[in-house]
Design a protein around this ligand. Structure first.
Ligand SMILES: [Zn+2]
Length: 305
């Protein structure tokens, strides 16, 4: 089914499939038609002549449903079956619906399913977390980056067809999963292996910060809540935005100053230490996820196993 994923990774919203695809991938093609991902749309208007050796195109004639063509080089007439001529087209809404259905994604609402190559499929829930699932058909990393930039910081995963894409800074915390890596075995009842997807989703990020509520979660449990617009809120927002990156005290303090709208009283280093101490009073486990990777930096990271 990789061939199919390669074909739909296209800029154009219209992706057509013909006789060659059908012949080349008989089982997969039939499955896609049965699942209504490929829909027959029209018949070819001309075919290559098989009656002489000139290799020319012949117009398909339709006499009351009887299809044929006539060789203009005097090669004669040949009947055609409808089956041989049908051209199929990829149905994007049907495909995104199929992904959601087979992988166990709870659809957000049906209106999200449009011809848009970037689609919100819904949410996926494991024992530890609920993740928003998106699908990018085109592999256009910039488009996905722009869309993610307008969203919150909820855990999310981006499905692509063949391989991961390079998302811009800020959106790069998004997890990715290529559909090609979770294909079901040939001749399975489904196109995708729901168990393989589940295994990937369970190995998810254990730490989550929700900037809108200033709440910190570890393994799905709320461990710390900062005051809205408090220094601690902005401190954690910055580190979350720079997940597993070494953030300098200076950059963190500058961000806090900007967000608070006034200067922070102390030197950058002192401000940062104060923030961590303040959080630690409410949540001792902070030491395990907010670390000093090198002198002068703080970093938010996964807890040690
Ligand atoms: Zn001919």
């Amino acid at each position: 089914m990789r061939w199919f994923l390669e074909r739909i990774t296209a800029r154009s919203s219209r992706v057509s499939f013909g006789i060659a695809d059908k012949k080349g991938h008989e089982v997969g093609f039939a499955a896609l038609v049965a699942k209504k991902v490929l829909k027959r749309v029209s018949n070819l208007e001309s075919v290559e002549c098989g009656l002489c050796n000139e290799g020319h195109e012949c117009q398909v004639r339709n006499d009351d449903g009887v299809l044929s063509y006539v060789c203009e080089n005097g090669g004669g007439k040949k009947l055609l079956t409808d089956e041989k001529l049908t051209v199929y087209e990829y149905d994007h809404p049907a495909f995104t619906e199929l992904i959601a259905q087979e992988l166990g994604i709870q659809a957000a609402d049906a209106t999200a399913r449009s011809g848009d190559p970037f689609s919100a499929l819904g949410s996926y829930t494991t024992e530890t977390a609920t993740t928003q699932v998106f699908y990018l058909r085109t592999h256009d990393a910039q488009e996905a980056s722009l869309r993610f930039a307008t969203m919150g910081n909820e855990p999310r995963v981006l499905l692509t067809n063949l391989a991961e894409v390079s998302l811009a800074a800020g959106a790069d915390a998004t997890r990715q999963c290529a559909l090609a890596d979770i294909l079901a075995k040939p001749r399975a009842k489904t196109l995708f292996d729901a168990q393989a997807f589940k295994a990937r989703m369970e190995g998810g990020r254990r730490v989550r910060f929700d900037p809108s509520q200033a709440q910190l979660f570890v393994d799905g449990t709320l461990v710390y809540t900062a005051g809205l617009n408090s220094p601690e809120h902005h401190f954690l927002s910055y580190l979350w935005e720079h997940w597993q990156e070494q953030a300098t005290h200076r950059d963190i303090a500058a961000y806090m100053k900007k967000k608070l709208g006034h200067d922070v009283a102390d030197a950058a280093q002192k401000v940062c230490h104060k923030m961590k101490s303040s959080i630690k009073k409410a949540y001792a486990g902070i030491d395990d996820i907010l670390v000093t990777p090198t002198s002068g930096h703080y970093m938010l990271r996964e807890p040690s196993p």
